[in-house]
Ligand binder design. Structure first.
Ligand SMILES: *Cc1c(COP(=O)(O)O)cnc(C)c1O
Length: 469
């Protein structure tokens, strides 16, 4: 498979380079040059396979010829060994035609593990083959940091530096990062906000001398390999619920449009998905865009669903590319409008075409709490607040009650215990394998909100552990 940029002016790359590069040189995002197709017979043949076997078949056309099917299979097996449920992504029934897809059985109890555990394997494989090393630098307001650290820990070819705002992430979130004591993991508590952390990471990537000499790399959600890993569970879930003979609908709690875009890809590959519900919290740039066609930046308001507190949805550019006939020049024009004025507009025809598949809605904080409570009363299950946004949206927007509706459960309730306890009166407990999290030893360094200090720290800590090839 060759990959092309959504802005049309970057070189075509193969899967290995796309995985290691992330963002295209023209500022665009990489997408496959064509969508591989799953025929009705291909879908039938997936039924009964293990998650790893199905994942290997579904992803094989995206990674060839950079990886053989056997190589891919080995990496997939290794990635999902770290999950605590044999099904990897189990389905749980809520009502006659309502289901939950549990995406939180990975090492950090949130859905980002499904993609990042595999991305870690890809990095290891490609870098080892090339004899290269990279320095992953990131900023986190909570969940992404721990999932990235778990993906990179103990890998010889990666040093990871994760910046978090001191005192502004929850204790569980901080401990999920700082109790990983591997030599290649470096946690930095910055005396500043998440925006300060993110601005410094951006500045490091824009300092070309620093970037090149340290081989800086990112594992953020615009990486194609992450989207690809997420396509798998839409396919396996549809098959489990009757595809290719029966349609299915999904409700997806969304921030960066990564997870739901993976559902769109599954549909492009031939999976009979009747409806995709874009479920946002009150940071509703996506709900507004699908409603009015105007993609307009707002200011971020903190909510009980912090992983969706986003007002720029990076992966939306990938959908725009298809909506505009895969014309990079048109996408470039829209993104330039956005950079200049904080807004672009989608044409009426393109907007209409999204409505065949997508419905979008925004869920308030009260509605989120009510959905946690209602789910607990009806089923005895504790939904985390992000999942509850999806459940509320599913109830409001479903098109056809005869089509199974699957809500994506993106985090374990114990990651957000306060909101869950407030809504249900029940304190969700961490799974046994993590029960000692709050008493494990931590390691991190506290640094001032100063770019040069942090750059010097990174240089010296790479030098201290190993020289870069
Ligand atoms: C990241 C995240 C989301 C949003 O996913 P996107 O791919 O950014 O749309 C939803 N829920 C949880 C718990 C997350 O960590």
């Amino acid at each position: 498979m060759k990959y092309v940029s959504t802005r049309g002016r970057a070189p075509e790359l193969d899967f290995a380079d796309v995985t290691l590069t992330g963002l295209a040189r023209d500022g665009g995002l990489y997408v496959p040059a064509a969508w591989p197709q799953l025929s009705a017979a291909d879908l039938r043949a997936l039924s009964g396979l293990s998650y790893a076997e199905a994942a290997t078949r579904i992803m094989a056309p995206f990674v060839a010829p950079a990886l053989t099917s056997d190589q891919l299979g080995g990496l997939v097996e290794a990635a999902y060994k770290s999950f605590s449920h044999q099904a990897v992504v189990p389905l749980v029934q809520l009502d006659s035609a309502d289901w939950l897809m549990e995406l939180y059985h990975g090492p950090t109890l949130a859905f980002k593990d499904v993609a990042l555990q595999l991305l870690g394997q890809f990095f290891d494989h490609f870098l080892t083959a090339r004899g290269q090393k990279v320095t992953v630098v990131g900023a986190t307001s909570g969940d992404t940091g721990s999932a990235a650290i778990e993906a990179c820990r103990d890998r010889d070819c990666v040093e990871i530096f994760m910046l978090h705002p001191a005192g502004r992430v929850s204790d569980v979130q901080r401990r999920q990062m700082t109790t990983v004591l591997s030599n290649n993991v470096h946690n930095i508590a910055v005396d500043g906000t998440f925006d300060d952390c993110q601005a410094m990471v951006k500045a490091m990537f824009n300092d070309l001398e620093f970037r090149d000499s340290l081989h800086l790399s990112a594992v953020n959600s615009i990486n194609w390999a992450r989207v690809m890993a997420q396509v798998v569970y839409y396919v396996t879930t549809a098959v489990a619920l009757g595809a290719p003979d029966r349609e299915v609908a999904f409700s997806v709690p969304t921030g960066n449009f990564g997870d739901i875009y993976a559902g769109y890809v599954a549909r492009q590959m031939g999976v009979p998905i009747q409806q995709l519900i874009v479920a946002t919290n009150i940071n509703d740039i996506l709900a507004r865009t699908f409603e009015t066609g105007a993609y307009t930046k707002g200011t971020v308001v903190p909510t009980i669903t912090p992983s969706m507190d986003i007002q720029v949805s990076s992966n939306f550019e990938r959908l725009l590319f298809d909506l505009h006939g895969r014309d990079g020049a048109q996408v470039t024009g829209l993104m330039d409008d956005f950079a200049n004025s904080g807004e672009f507009r989608i044409g009426a025809t393109e907007l209409q075409s999204t409505r065949a598949l997508f419905d979008a809605t925004r869920v308030s904080e009260d509605e989120t709490r009510a959905a946690i409570k209602a789910t607990y009363e009806a089923t005895g299950m504790l939904a985390d607040p992000h999942t509850a946004v999806g459940l509320a949206a599913a109830a409001r927007m479903r098109r056809d009650r005869h089509v199974p509706m699957v809500t994506l459960a993106t985090a374990h309730a114990a990651k957000f215990p306060d909101a869950v306890e407030a809504a249900t009166g029940v304190h969700p407990t961490l799974p046994a394998r993590m029960g000692d999290l709050m008493t494990r030893a931590e390691r991190y360094d506290s640094l001032p909100n100063d770019l040069e200090t942090i750059k010097a720290y990174i240089r010296s800590h790479i030098g201290a552990t190993k020289a870069l090839a």
